[in-house]
Write a protein of this length. Structure first.
Length: 357
């Protein structure tokens, strides 16, 4: 029926084929349960048509509930234009990546009044806790997180009226049996990290893709036993809320320790010097690989001594996380490579590091 592209954060985008059932029926139920849309809503999902996020936030799910689709033509993302549009037009539901919300917060959001807005949604990458807190403080709105993939549509999230747990992406949607499993497909207890997987046997869940175009081997690699393997790592608490840890191929293995980059990025973002951060593995002759952080500084810290600031940031991360998780390498940059949908392309950063080895 349709073909969408993965975002390309860890490699070249893959072509993902969906059927009428996976996008039609799947997104209709998601729109009601997770997005909370109805016929009086006007939905603005910031995404280009090539991504499945467009189908979720700007097309099928919106139309299935009789909601209005809002679109604003633009050659490139402009935070001020987005804020002015939210203030000018009667958009009720706004959806973007966490990076988009972070960029909006750099433009004095509190001076804009969003008279019609009542729902803010974030997806596509993990949300930084500071962004969630600052957006609430500046606008009065919570950001409800949703989680899914191009291959699977939305799998879980924080539905309207559900308790928001900072650091957790929510609960599975109805009909989706998400489990945290080990490499032998054994279900792990609450609080233990493993693969985020969806049970597909004896019954497949509505929403799963038909396969990668012209790549049956890659398609087959997503199934392990009775499970569809998302390729993400996470854990589940006693209440059934899921916490995203990292992409499986983003995990950094340093001196026997497993380090999730998102935790380090979150710690860095708590420091006032850091506007944006991306953490990847970097080769090391002794430890195999170490944590490296690419950092964009806030304007107030642009003139600071970089060596002293690096030491300060390393100590900051040690205090918040654990001594072994701090970035042993730090590179200050003016910008970070991003996909069209606003996600940081960590694959390019990691490739750059390992090609130098």
């Amino acid at each position: 029926m349709t073909i969408y592209f993965t975002s390309g954060t860890t490699g070249y985008p893959k072509m993902v084929q969906h059927s009428h059932g996976s996008l039609g029926f799947g997104l209709s139920s998601i729109a009601r349960e997770l997005l909370g849309l109805n016929s009086s809503d006007i939905m603005w999902g910031l995404s280009d048509p090539g991504w499945v996020k467009f189908a979720i936030g700007s097309f099928y799910s919106t139309w299935s509930q009789g909601s209005c689709i809002f679109q604003h033509g633009s050659l490139q993302f402009d935070p001020k234009v987005v804020l002015e549009s939210l203030a000018k037009y009667p958009v009720t539901t706004f959806c973007g990546t966490p990076t988009i919300f972070r960029m909006l917060l750099q433009h004095d959001v509190s001076r804009y009044k969003f008279k019609s807005l009542h729902t803010c949604l974030a997806g596509g990458e993990p949300s930084n806790l500071e962004v969630l807190k600052d957006w609430k403080a500046e606008t009065g709105f919570d950001i409800r997180e949703v989680y899914g993939q191009t291959e699977s549509s939305l799998l879980c999230g924080t539905a309207k009226g559900m308790k928001i747990k900072p650091g957790f992406i929510g609960k599975p949607v109805s009909g989706v049996d998400i489990q945290i499993i080990d490499e032998n497909n054994h279900r792990l207890p609450p609080g233990e990290e493993g693969d985020i997987a969806v049970k597909i046997k004896p019954q497949m869940f509505v929403g799963l893709f038909s396969g990668y175009v012209n790549d049956p081997e890659k398609t087959a690699s997503t199934v392990r036993g009775d499970y569809y393997i998302t390729g993400d790592r996470g854990l589940m608490d006693e209440d059934g809320y899921i916490q995203f840890v990292a992409r499986a191929d983003d995990i950094i293995l340093s001196s026997g320790y497993r380090i999730g980059p998102f935790e380090v990025e979150h710690a860095l973002m708590k420091h006032p010097a850091v506007a944006e951060a991306a953490v990847v593995s970097s080769p090391d002759p002794i430890r195999g690989e170490v944590v490296k952080a690419f950092i964009i500084l806030t304007p107030a810290y642009q003139s600071q001594d970089r060596d002293k600031l690096s030491v300060e940031l390393q100590g900051h991360v040690k205090k918040i996380t654990a001594p072994y998780k701090y970035p042993r390498k730090i590179e200050f940059v003016q910008d970070l490579p991003k996909t069209i949908s606003g996600k940081i392309q960590k694959g390019l950063l990691r490739k750059k590091e390992w090609e130098k080895a």
